[in-house]
Design a protein around this ligand. Structure first.
Ligand SMILES: [Mg+2]
Length: 172
C-alpha cells in the first residue's frame, strides 16, 4: 500500500496536536477538514473548546482555513461565526482544492499542515501536495452513509497503527 496514504502524525484529536512544536518546525498554516475532524458530521456549531483551540492556533501565528468536501451551506454556516475562511465542495484529494486552500492561507506546501480524519481524501491529497499531514481519530457521532466502508478500508491501511494517546496539548 502506498505510503502516500499514511500521515506524518496520527493523533487522538485536534487537541492532541502539538501546535507549538509545528510552529517551531516552521509550519505557518493549518488547513483542516471539517466533518469528523473538528466536530461530528453535520454538527452546525463549534463547541467552546474548538473556538478556544482556533483562537490559540491563531495566537501562535497560524493562518487557518477549512477545506471540506461537504456543500457550501454546511461549510459556510459553520465557518462564518468562527471568522475563518473556508472552501466547500473541495473534491479532495484533488490538487486544485489544496491549491485554493494554500492561496487562502498565503502559505506554501512546505509550511502548511493538512489535518483530517480520512486517509483517501484529506491525507492522500495532502501527501501528494507535499504538505505535512496529521490524521485524527474521527470525532464520534453521525457519519455520512458512505463512510462506513471507507473506515473498514482505512483500518486495513493503518494495519493496527494506533494514535498517540498522550494527554491533550489543549486540555478541556
Ligand atoms: Mg472528514
Amino acid at each position: 500500500m502506498s505510503s502516500l496514504l499514511l500521515p506524518n502524525e496520527y493523533v487522538t484529536s485536534i487537541y492532541h496536536i502539538d501546535l507549538q512544536r509545528l510552529w517551531d518546525d516552521g509550519m505557518r498554516a493549518l488547513v483542516t477538514d471539517l466533518d469528523n475532524t473538528l466536530v461530528a458530521w453535520g454538527v452546525p456549531d463549534a463547541p467552546k473548546r474548538l473556538v478556544s483551540w482556533l483562537r490559540h492556533a491563531k495566537s501562535l501565528g497560524f493562518a487557518v482555513c477549512l477545506l471540506s468536501n461537504n456543500h457550501e451551506l454546511r461549510v459556510a454556516t459553520f465557518a462564518r461565526p468562527l471568522g475563518i475562511p473556508a472552501i466547500a465542495n473541495a473534491r479532495k484529494p484533488r490538487h486544485s482544492a489544496y491549491d485554493k486552500a494554500l492561496a487562502m492561507v498565503g502559505s506554501d506546501v512546505h509550511s502548511t499542515v493538512m489535518i483530517g480524519d480520512q486517509l483517501f481524501t484529506d491525507i492522500l491529497g495532502g501527501n501528494r501536495m507535499g504538505m505535512y499531514t496529521v490524521l485524527v481519530v474521527p470525532v464520534p457521532g453521525r457519519e455520512h452513509g458512505g463512510t462506513r466502508l471507507i473506515r473498514f478500508v482505512e483500518r486495513r491501511v493503518l494495519k493496527g497503527r494506533q494514535p498517540l494517546t498522550q494527554d491533550p496539548y489543549f486540555p478541556e
